[in-house]
Design a protein around this ligand. Sequence first.
Ligand code: NOJ
Length: 568
Amino acid sequence: MEQQWWHKSVIYQVYPKSFYDADGDGNGDIRGIIEKLDYLQELGVDIIWMCPINQSPMDDNGYDISDYYEIAPEFGTIQEFETLIEEAQKRNIQIMMDLVINHTSDEHPWFVESRKSADNPYSDYYIWRDPKEGETGPKEPNNWASYFSGSAWEFDSNRQQYYLHLYSKKQPDLNWEHPKVRKEMQDVIRFWIEKGVKGFRMDVINKLSKDQRFPDVPNVPEGEYALGRPYYLDGPRIHEFLREVAAVYEGKEIVTVGETSGVTVENARLYTNPARKELDMVFQFDHMAVDAGPYPVGKWEVKPVDFLALKRIMSHWQDGLYGIGWNSLYWSNHDQPRAVSRFGDDREPYRELSAKMLGTCLHFMQGTPYVYQGEEIGMTNVQFESLDEYQDIELLNMYKERRAKGVSHDELMRAIWAKGRDNARTPMQWDDTGHGGFSKAEQTWLKVNPNYKAINVKAQLEDPESVFHYYKSLIQLRKDSPVSDVMVYGKYQLLLAEHEGVYAYTRTFETDTLLVLCNFQDDTYSLALDEVHTLQGAAPIIGNYSAPQLEGETIVLRPYEALVLQLT
Ligand code: NOJ
């Protein structure tokens, strides 16, 4: 596989609204990120992926853009963004922007024009369809559901037509069939590359190309809606569209990652095969469903993690893209619960151990690791008492819809505590002062997790045994150490596939083999490996207990222990 500059990189995801508030208005901002660059350099990350900072009415916290060429004033100015790029580059850190091009805000001038009439230059920038005749009168063009509850179509009284919005009704989907739309987006990309951006995370990118027949989802009762995924996931023209986008930066050092929920390994091979020039990596979502129920309740059903399925899924992706494409490795992001609360154990005394264990398990896999802000200090989920303390449109809409269907308040709050997106969005915990040192404002846009006195950056920087310092070591090992090559390019092999508590795998590159052992339980296990591998002469590379317990060919793994051995 041809080596790329970003193969050895670790990407840190910043949710700007919650990272650091430099101007004291209760919202994080670009100046706040600049002030914390030294911290990120100390951690050792190479690229910062910033969630959207463009001008936006913030219906979905910036994933509803009303001007692609402006920065939202609450985040700062273009000049500050340029300073951020410059200051980051001084520290060998590149900036990756979030590119939200499947939809805009309904306040974007294109949509404002588009909804005025069916015969102006912007009329076809969005997906408009006439009402359908239903049994009881006109109704939506089809039965597709929005990801944020209800129908994916909204009636516009002016045009007397419906427009499609896979997300909120303030996020109308663009019509990618229209060459002018595609051209507009290429201009946007060019503009930010000229500013010095070195990468793009492409929002819901495998939903750009819709089946132009817009068929109903079959077998859905009249008056109900269902996700129309078969008609737009990895849709008919998606590969063509992506190649057209990628042509904009052909030959430039740009790294791209597509957010591709529902993607199969087969399609991911097409997206990430370098020869096809579409994307560098994709975010797959299979492992985000190991604690979810079936649609429509889906993630809101609170279930324990199916650990064997987790190992199967991760291995399927490790094997599936090997030698062909490239994986993105992540446990969490701004849409997911906190990793340590979900896959580890956020109760003391296990929080730090299990946070380190999760980091180990992920960073030794093949692909590029993503660290979501706060993961490197083991930040946890939050349980706000009242629904009023929550902000996220997805969870608020879900609450309304399911409450109306008779689900109890308590059950819905439990679901929000386990899976709500605001778990990941509470402000970054910098120290033990008010609002966790995130802001000097009286009130922050979302409250800080009350555990900030115990869990914060300042305390962890001072403690050489902290999660922070452990993550720093993981990152260092990948970038510059005798095991870098095997970490980055080694072939993965799952061991002990049926073990209910331990995730064990090897990575092999040329003559080097690493054995990675991660205990996902609070039990102790005594393990004998297999006939192929021997522990004789095994050298520890990293671990979250002070000394490994090895006796002959037996390894004892203590609660949430992580251990990496170099085998001979
Ligand atoms: C995926 C983003 O990660 C999420 O935060 C957003 O709500 C949707 N795309 C819609 O843009």
